[in-house]
Design a protein around this ligand. Structure first.
Ligand SMILES: [Zn+2]
Ligand SMILES: [Zn+2]
Length: 1212
C-alpha cells in the first residue's frame, strides 16, 4: 500500500492530464472558451460515480479507466464489450453469472464514455429525426438503446456509468455498431427542471375527446389538450413517406359506461417520434396542442399532434377538465370506428380460429432464426417479430433480452412443424425493451446472417399467414442446409427475389406457396391495422397448417428408405405358408435373395419433396442428385417412354414431389427350411441399393446460373472461345460395363485392368466445324465424299458420365475445347483397332472420347437433311423372337417385367474359379412381351449374369423396359430364353405403377387354348375332374432333395449334416369342360385342394407318408387298375385309392391354370391324330387334337357342387 501511495500522486496526475486532453478534444464545445470549468465538471462527474461504488481501493480517481471517444469505439473496438464504472468486481461477477451456462458474458473493459444524448442524426441543420437515439461527441455519433428514456435528457451531456458496445453484426449493412445504455445516464451539468404551468392546464378526457371527433362536422374543434392513461401503444411504423405511431389514452379510472372509452392520437412529427421510447403503458399523460385530422383514405378522424405539442406526465393538480357545451355531451351508443369490409369475407368455418390478443413480458432464451425474426421466449414460446418492422430491435436481440410485448397475438397449434405456441406482434402493439442481455452475441452462421429481405418479402409481399410463414422459414432453412454453401452461397440462395433476378430459395418453394397462398393484391394497411375495431391483421385469424412438404437431405432420405426396407424385411412375409413349406432350402434362400420396396412421397409424414443438383457421375456413369449431405443415384425419364437426352441438364437444380424411392434388398441367407424363417441368425449378409426414379416432366428444373457455383467459372479467355465440333447420329449404344481396354499406351507390360466403359456406334453428319464468334462455322469439306462416315466412339474414364444421355436415334455434337487440331475427330491410334476387331467391322474410324470433350444435343429440326431419321426403338418380330430361327441370335423388344428372382448361375461349374465355393447366382427376369397383334402377352425369361451384375437401375417388376440386342438362346427343353451380353442396351420406358391392381384371370373354355397362336398363358376354366391319373406323396431332404424314409436323408458320401425333411406332393388329373380335355398337374398344397382335404386331414395324411418316405399311385385307366409303390392291401394305399375314385375328388371345380408348355417353347406342336371311335354299330374315325397340358395355379370348389368341404369334412 505504501508503494501504491507513493506512486499514486504521479499516476493520478498522469490520468488527469490524459483526461483533460481527451475532454478538450472530444467533448468541449468547440465554440466556447470555458474549457477549464467544463473539463473539471466532467472529471467531477466521473469522480462522483466512481466513489459511489464504495470499493474504490483508496483512489479517488478511476485510474484503471480511460476515456473513450465515439470514434475510437467505432474504429478500434472490434469485439463486443461492456464497461461498468459504478460497479464493483463482485457486482460484475454476479451480473456475468446470468449469462451462463449457455452464453458467454460480455467481457469487461475499463472505459469511460461521456457524450450527448440526442435523437437527431447528424448536424442540427442536415440531421433528421426518426425516433432513433444517439450518443454524440465531437468525434462522431453512435446509435444507442436506452430503457426508460426521460425526454428531458435529450441534448444534454452525460456520463454513462454502465454500458455495453456491440460492433456491427455480419448482417448489418450499415456497418455501425451500437451502444446499450444499462443505467440512467449521469448528467455532467445539473438538468434544469422545467417548472409546471402556473395555471392548471385545461384538458379533455378520452370520452369527451372521442365524442368531439364524431361531432366534428357540427363544431369547429380547436386545438385541445388531452389527458388520460396510456392504454395502447402501436409499433413505430416507418414507411417511405413518413414515420408515425399511434397511442390510445383511456379514462384514468373508468366507470362502467366509460369502460371502452379511449381516444387514439397519431404522432407523426419527426421530433416527437422519440416519444415512443419514453411512453410507458399504464402511466397517465397529457398531450398538448392536439388537432383533429382525417386520415387519408379513411372515413374517420383522429387526434393528431401538432409541431408545438408536448408530452408530459399527468399530474392531477396541474390540470383541469375543460368545460364544453353541446349536444355531443350526451352519451350515444355509436361507438368507435368499426371494420367495414372484413366482416363479410367468407372464410371456411371451423378451420379458422382466432388468435388471442394479450400483453406479455418475458425474456428471450433462444434465437431460432434471426433474419426471419424468430426467437424463443422463456424457453417455451415462439416469438415472431416478422409482422413488424423489427430492424432496429434486431441488433439488440439475443438470449437474455427482456421484452414487454403490447397487444401481441398468441397463436396455438399453428401446425406446419411448429409445436409450441407462438407470440407474434402486428403493427398494433409495440415491442418495448425492458432489459438488455449480458451475453456476448454468438458467432453467426451464414444462415443467421442472410435472407432478411427475402423473409420480409414473404410477409409483406406474399402476405403469408403465420403458420405458412413459419413453415416457409423452416423449409428455406432445410434447403439452405442441403445446398449451401457447397453448391450455392447462402446470400445467393436467400437473396431478395425480383422478377429479373428470382431467388432460388423462393423458386423452390413457389409450387407449394402458390397452391396454399396465391399471391394477393391487397397490401397491409397500417392505419387500419392499428385503429380499426374489431382488430384485423394477418395474425388475427389462422388455420392449422398440415405440413405441405419437408425437404430432407438426400442422406436422410436414403437412410430412411434403408431403415424402412429392413424394418419391413420379413422372410415369413416374403415366403408365406403354405408355399414355403414345400421349398427345398436352396430355392428358399434364392427366393429371399432379392426383394424390393418402393416408397412414394406420401409414405412419409410429412410428405417429402426431393431437391438436389443433377450430376452425372464420372466414376459410375450413372445420374445422381447431389446435396451437401451426399448423393443419391437416380433413374430419370424425360417423360413416359422418353429417355433423358439433353446433357445441359447436368448442374440443374431439380425439385419434385412425385418420385419413387426404391430400395432393393440383396440378402444372402442359409435357412435350412421354412421352419427357421423367423430366426435372423441365418442371414449371412444383407445390403441395400437405394435410388430414386421420377419423370423430369413432373419436376421443377431450375438452371443454376454459372456465377452461382461455388468455384466461379474462370473468365472467358481466348482459349475457351476456341473449339471444334462434329455432329453424329447415334445408332446403337452398348452396355456400360468393365472392359479390358488398354488405357495407357506404352505400358504394355502391365496387365490391363478392366475399365468401366461403353461405346456407341453411329455415323458422322458432315465434317468438323470450328467455333466462330456466334455459333459454329460451316462444316469442313470431307476429304473423301464416298467414304462411309460410320464411327465407333469409345467412352472410358470420366467420359462415362455421358452414358445416360446417349440414346439411339438422337443427334449429338461432340465438342472438343481448345485450339483446333486437324483431323481430331478422324484419327485414332492402332491400339484400339487391334483390340476390338469385331466391333470395328464396317466402321471407318474408332475414336476414344477424351475426358475434356463435351456433348451437346442437337435437334433434328435444326438440320433440314435429317428430318427423316427414324427414332423409334427397334424391335424384333415376335415370330423371330419365339421361333426356332437361330440365325439371328440378337433380339430386341419392349416388355413388362413380371417378376425378378435370383437363381443359380447358368454357367457350368467348371467355369468358376477353383476354390470358390460360393454358388454363383444370376438374376432371372420374367417378362411379358408387349405386342400389338396379340391380346395375350407371351412370356420370356431373361438371365443376367456377371459381369452384368448388379443389373442396371429400374429393372423392377411392373416396369416397362426396352431390351436391345439380347442374346437369344434355346434351352435343353426347347424353351427360348435371353441373356445379357456386352452389346445389350437396356432402357427403362416406365416405372412400376404405384398401385398394382391384379386383374382377374380370363375365364375361358379349354378348347380356346387349342386355337390361336399365342393363347392366354394363364386362365380360369370351370371343368369337371374325370379321373386321377397319378398321385405322388413324398418326403425329401430339404438340403439335397433326396427321399427321406423315416425322416432321414439317405444320401451317401457326403451325408447331409442337417436332417430337415420337407414334404412334396403332385397329382395329375384329367379334366374336361365339354369343349376339350386337359391333363392338369397340381403340386404340393394344391394337391390337398385337388383331393378335397381340409388342412388337418392333409397334415395327417402327410404324416402317414413319413414312414415309407414315398408313395406313388398310378391309375392306368378309368377303371380300378392301380400301380403302387407299396402293397395294395396297405390301409394307406387303400384309403388313397378309394379317395381318388370317389365323387369327392371326381367333381366339378373352378380351375386356375397356366400352360405347362411355355409360350417360348419352340418344339413343334403335335399334329392332331386320327382316333377310332365306336358309335353304336358304326366305327368313326376322327381327328383329335393333342391333349392340353396344364399346371394348376388354384383349385376352387365349383359353386354348383354342394360338398365343398371334402370327403371327411365332418371329421375336421
Ligand atoms: Zn394484429
Ligand atoms: Zn440330404
Amino acid at each position: 500500500m505504501a508503494a501504491c501511495g507513493a506512486q499514486a500522486p504521479s499516476s493520478e496526475q498522469a490520468w488527469l492530464e490524459a483526461a483533460q486532453t481527451f475532454i478538450q478534444e472530444s467533448l468541449c464545445p468547440t465554440d466556447k472558451e470555458l474549457n477549464v470549468q467544463f473539463t473539471q465538471s466532467v472529471i467531477d462527474c466521473v469522480k462522483t460515480v466512481w466513489l459511489s461504488q464504495g470499493k474504490y481501493q483508496g483512489f479517488t480517481l478511476p485510474l484503471s479507466y480511460s476515456f473513450v471517444s465515439v470514434q475510437n469505439l467505432r474504429t478500434h473496438q472490434r469485439l463486443p464489450c461492456c464497461s461498468h464504472l459504478s460497479w464493483s468486481s463482485s457486482a460484475y461477477q454476479t451480473w456475468a453469472q446470468k449469462a451462463r451456462p449457455n452464453g458467454v458474458p460480455l467481457p469487461r473493459e475499463r472505459l469511460l464514455l461521456v457524450g450527448t444524448l440526442t435523437d437527431l442524426s447528424g448536424d442540427l441543420e442536415q440531421g433528421s429525426r426518426n425516433g432513433s437515439l444517439y450518443v454524440k461527441d465531437n468525434t462522431g455519433m453512435l446509435g444507442c438503446e436506452l430503457i426508460d428514456l426521460d425526454l428531458s435528457w435529450l441534448g444534454h451531456l452525460f456520463l454513462f456509468p454502465s454500458w455495453s458496445y456491440l460492433p456491427p453484426a455480419r448482417w448489418n449493412s450499415s456497418g455501425e455498431g451500437h451502444l446499450e445504455l444499462w443505467e440512467a445516464p449521469v448528467p455532467v451539468f445539473p438538468l434544469t427542471v422545467s417548472p409546471g404551468p402556473l395555471t392548471p392546464l385545461p384538458v379533455l378526457y378520452p370520452e369527451i375527446a372521442s365524442r368531439l371527433l364524431r361531432h366534428r362536422s357540427k363544431f369547429r374543434v380547436e386545438q385541445q389538450n388531452l389527458a388520460g392513461k396510456l392504454i395502447q401503444l402501436s409499433a413505430l411504423v416507418k414507411s417511405k413517406k413518413k414515420a408515425y405511431f399511434i397511442l390510445s389514452l383511456g379514462e384514468l379510472s373508468p366507470t362502467i359506461s366509460q369502460a371502452i372509452s379511449h381516444v387514439s392520437i397519431i404522432v407523426q412529427i419527426p421530433a416527437q417520434l422519440v416519444w415512443h421510447r419514453a411512453l410507458c403503458p399504464g402511466k397517465a399523460y397529457v398531450l398538448t396542442q392536439l388537432r383533429v385530422s382525417r386520415i387519408r383514405g379513411h372515413h374517420y378522424c383522429v387526434w393528431m399532434t401538432s409541431p408545438s405539442s408536448h408530452l408530459m406526465l399527468l399530474e392531477p393538480e396541474c390540470v383541469q377538465e375543460l368545460e364544453l357545451e353541446g349536444p355531443f355531451l350526451e352519451a350515444d351508443s355509436k361507438s368507435l370506428p368499426t371494420s367495414s369490409n372484413f366482416q363479410d369475407k367468407k372464410e371456411p368455418k371451423g378451420l379458422m380460429r382466432d388468435s388471442r390478443l394479450l400483453h406479455y413480458t418475458g425474456t428471450v432464451t433462444g434465437v431460432l432464426n434471426e433474419p426471419a425474426g424468430l426467437y424463443e421466449l422463456d424457453g417455451q414460446l415462439g416469438l415472431c417479430l416478422a409482422y413488424q418492422q423489427f430492424h432496429d430491435l434486431r441488433r439488440v436481440m439475443r438470449p437474455g433480452v427482456c421484452l414487454e410485448l403490447q397487444d401481441v397475438h398468441l397463436l396455438q397449434s399453428v401446425g406446419g412443424g411448429t409445436t409450441r405456441p407462438v407470440l407474434a406482434s402486428c403493427l398494433r402493439g409495440a415491442i418495448l425493451l425492458r432489459g438488455f442481455s449480458c451475453q456476448k452475441p454468438g458467432t453467426q452462421s451464414s444462415l443467421q446472417t442472410h435472407g432478411a429481405s427475402l423473409y420480409e418479402q414473404l410477409v409483406w409481399e406474399r402476405q403469408l399467414s403465420l403458420p405458412l410463414y413459419l413453415w416457409a422459414v423452416k423449409a428455406l432453412e432445410e434447403l439452405a442446409c442441403k445446398l449451401c454453401p457447397h453448391l450455392l452461397r447462402h446470400h445467393q440462395f436467400l437473396q431478395h427475389s425480383s422478377p429479373r433476378n428470382p431467388s432460388l430459395g423462393l423458386q423452390l418453394l413457389a409450387p407449394t406457396l402458390d397452391a396454399l397462398a396465391p399471391p394477393s393484391r391487397s397490401i397491409r394497411n397500417a392505419h387500419k391495422e392499428i385503429l380499426e375495431e374489431p382488430h384485423h391483421c394477418p395474425l388475427q385469424k389462422y388455420a392449422q397448417l398440415q405440413t405441405p412438404y419437408s425437404f430432407p437431405t438426400l442422406a436422410t432420405l436414403a437412410e430412411e428408405g434403408r431403415h424402412r426396407a429392413w424394418a419391413s424385411f420379413d422372410p415369413k412375409v416374403l415366403l408365406p405358408l403354405p408355399e414355403a413349406a414345400y421349398l427345398p432350402c436352396c430355392q428358399l434362400n434364392h427366393r429371399l435373395a432379392w426383394s424390393w420396396i418402393c416408397l412414394p412421397p406420401a409414405a412419409f409424414h410429412p410428405p417429402q419433396a426431393l431437391v438436389g443438383v443433377l450430376v452425372a457421375s464420372s466414376h459410375k456413369g450413372c445420374l445422381q442428385l447431389r446435396d451437401r449431405s451426399g448423393s443419391l443415384s437416380c433413374l430419370l425419364l424425360a417423360k413416359h417412354s422418353q429417355p433423358l437426352t439433353d446433357p445441359q441438364l447436368i448442374g440443374c437444380l431439380v425439385r419434385t414431389e412425385k418420385f419413387q424411392l426404391v430400395v432393393e434388398r440383396d440378402v444372402r441367407s442359409n435357412f435350412p427350411s421354412w421352419k427357421e424363417l423367423g430366426m435372423t441368425g441365418f442371414i449371412q449378409k444383407q445390403q441395400a441399393r437405394v435410388y430414386v426414379q421420377f419423370f423430369l416432366a413432373d419436376a421443377l428444373i431450375l438452371p443454376v446460373p454459372r456465377s452461382f457455383h461455388h468455384s466461379s467459372a474462370p473468365p472467358q479467355t481466348e482459349s475457351t472461345c476456341l473449339g471444334q465440333s462434329r455432329l453424329f447420329l447415334l445408332s446403337h449404344k452398348e452396355a456400360l460395363m468393365k472392359r479390358n481396354f488398354c488405357t495407357s499406351l506404352g505400358t504394355t507390360s502391365e496387365v490391363p485392368k478392366p475399365t468401366l466403359s461403353f461405346h456407341v456406334s453411329g455415323c458422322w453428319l458432315g465434317g468438323t466445324q470450328k467455333k466462330e464468334r456466334i455459333g459454329w462455322g460451316p462444316p469442313e469439306p470431307l476429304t473423301d465424299e464416298n467414304k462411309d462416315q460410320k464411327v465407333l466412339l469409345i467412352f472410358l474414364g470420366s467420359s462415362v458420365r455421358w452414358f445416360e444421355f446417349l440414346h439411339p436415334g438422337e443427334i449429338y455434337r461432340l465438342v472438343a475445347p481448345g485450339p483446333a487440331t486437324p483431323k481430331l475427330f478422324e484419327v485414332e491410334g492402332s491400339s484400339c483397332t487391334s483390340q476390338r476387331p469385331l466391333e470395328l467391322a464396317g466402321c471407318v474410324s474408332c475414336l476414344t472420347v477424351q475426358d475434356e470433350w463435351t456433348l451437346e444435343l442437337e435437334s433434328a429440326q435444326d438440320l433440314p437433311d435429317m428430318l427423316g431419321i427414324h427414332k423409334a426403338l427397334s424391335g424384333s418380330l415376335l415370330t423371330d423372337l419365339l421361333g426356332a430361327n437361330v440365325t439371328d441370335s440378337l433380339v430386341s423388344f419392349s416388355a413388362e417385367i413380371l417378376s425378378r428372382t435370383v437363381c443359380e448361375s447358368l454357367k457350368p461349374v467348371c467355369q468358376m474359379k477353383p476354390g470358390n465355393t460360393e454358388v454363383r447366382r444370376c438374376v432371372k427376369l420374367t417378362v411379358a412381351i408387349g405386342t400389338a397383334d396379340s391380346e395375350f402377352l407371351p412370356r420370356l425369361d431373361i438371365y443376367i449374369e456377371d459381369p452384368h451384375l448388379p443389373p442396371p437401375l429400374g429393372l423392377l417388376p411392373g416396369a416397362r423396359v426396352h431390351f436391345n440386342q439380347l442374346e437369344k438362346r434355346i434351352s435343353r427343353s426347347h424353351n427360348v430364353y435371353c441373356c445379357f451380353r456386352s452389346s445389350t442396351y437396356v432402357q427403362v420406358l416406365s416405372f412400376p405403377p404405384e398401385t398394382t391392381v391384379s386383374a382377374p384371370l380370363p375365364h375361358i373354355y379349354l378348347a380356346e387354348l387349342q386355337q390361336g397362336t399365342w393363347g392366354p398363358f394363364q386362365a380360369t376354366a370351370s371343368c369337371h375332374v374325370i379321373s386321377v391319373v397319378s398321385l405322388q406323396l413324398l418326403w425329401v431332404c430339404a438340403h439335397c432333395t433326396s427321399v427321406c424314409p423315416q425322416g432321414r436323408c439317405i444320401r451317401q458320401g457326403p451325408a447331409c449334416s442337417i436332417q430337415t425333411s420337407i414334404s412334396q406332393a403332385s397329382i395329375r388329373l384329367l379334366v374336361e369342360d365339354g369343349t376339350a380335355e386337359a391333363m392338369v398337374t397340381c403340386r404340393n398344397y394344391h394337391v390337398a385342394a385337388a383331393l378335397g382335404l381340409c388342412p388337418n386331414e392333409w397334415t395327417s395324411l402327410l404324416e402317414f407318408i413319413r414312414k415309407p418316405g414315398r408313395v406313388v399311385l398310378k391309375f392306368t385307366g378309368p377303371g380300378a387298375q392301380l400301380e403302387s409303390s407299396a402293397k395294395i392291401e396297405e390301409p394307406l394305399i387303400l384309403y388313397l385309392h378309394t379317395l381318388c375314385t370317389s365323387p369327392s375328388v371326381l367333381r366339378p371345380v373352378v380351375l386356375s391354370f397356366e400352360l405347362e408348355r411355355k409360350p417360348s417353347n419352340i418344339t413343334p406342336l403335335e399334329p392332331p391324330r386320327l382316333q377310332r371311335f365306336q358309335c353304336g354299330e358304326l366305327p368313326l374315325l376322327t381327328r383329335v387334337n393333342p391333349r392340353l397340358r396344364l399346371a394348376c395355379l388354384c383349385i376352387q370348389e365349383s359353386s354348383e357342387h354342394p360338398n365343398s368341404q371334402g370327403a371327411f369334412a365332418s371329421s375336421c
